[in-house]
Write a protein that binds this ligand. Structure first.
Ligand code: FEO
Length: 164
């Protein structure tokens, strides 16, 4: 049986992943409005991935017969300034998620909750990937600066992202 503290932290993580899903969907809408279909596609797929993360925790709580609460999800911003600022915001967000996951893992470890530790290990590895990708794209957007052809090239590359 999951402890009350672990149950709370995992429900909070569902909320955070659903917020992430909405944040990326808002970024997709922003990119679409800027006529950047590759960015829009990438963000939309990322939004779906985040929903998948929320469901992964949802299913785990269900498997452990723990309480599931779908908390209020705050509204994400609608404007992101530029593609670079948008990816900077995405990277900052992923770093925050990494910190949340690490804290949840530390709690599970403190409580000797081995099953939750194993469950969270998947998220720890996933965060390495998520941060690396956001960081790489951010760096390339910084290199592109205000050069429009470079931005359009990045847009084309992001359009190639396939659903997980
Ligand atoms: Fe679910 Fe991007 O962290």
């Amino acid at each position: 049986m999951l402890s009350e503290k672990i149950t709370k932290v995992l429900n909070k993580q569902i909320q955070a992943e659903l917020y992430a899903s909405n944040l990326y969907l808002a970024m997709s809408a922003y990119a679409d409005a800027q006529n950047l279909p590759g960015f829009a596609r990438w963000m939309r797929l990322q939004s779906e991935e985040e929903r998948g993360h929320a469901l992964r925790i949802f299913d785990y709580l269900g498997d452990r017969e723990a309480r599931i609460e779908i908390g209020e999800v705050k509204q994400p911003p609608a404007k992101f300034g530029s593609p670079l600022e948008m990816f900077e915001a995405a990277l900052e967000h992923e770093r925050k998620v990494t910190s949340d996951i690490n804290q949840a893992y530390e709690l599970a470890s403190h409580e000797h909750d081995h099953a939750t530790m194993v469950h969270l290990q998947w998220f720890i590895s996933e965060q390495v990937e998520e941060e690396r990708t956001a960081s790489e794209i951010t760096a390339r957007l910084r290199m592109a600066g205000t050069d429009l052809p470079s931005l359009l090239l990045i847009d084309q590359e992001l359009a190639d992202r396939q659903a997980a």
